[in-house]
Write a protein that binds this ligand. Sequence first.
Ligand code: FES
Length: 85
Amino acid sequence: MKDGAVITTIEGIDHPIQQAFIDHDAFQCGYCTPGQICSAIGLLQEGKAHTRDEVKELMSGNLCRCGANQQIIDAIMDVKGGELE
Ligand code: FES
């Protein structure tokens, strides 16, 4: 279905959000991390989320079963340059 399309996977990403995930302990088992990072980059590039609540809403389709959701939002807000709380 995506024949001929350019597809970037987590292995092809070099973005400050990756360091922010490390800095904020935004993962535990790592199962959700590639999807979280790809979604976070999409969110940052779209520029539609301006507040923590908007970031939470736009990331709500990505669930972290390990419970690192708050740290994930912290990492995104850190890269956005927004308030962590
Ligand atoms: S880090 Fe385990 S599901 Fe998110």
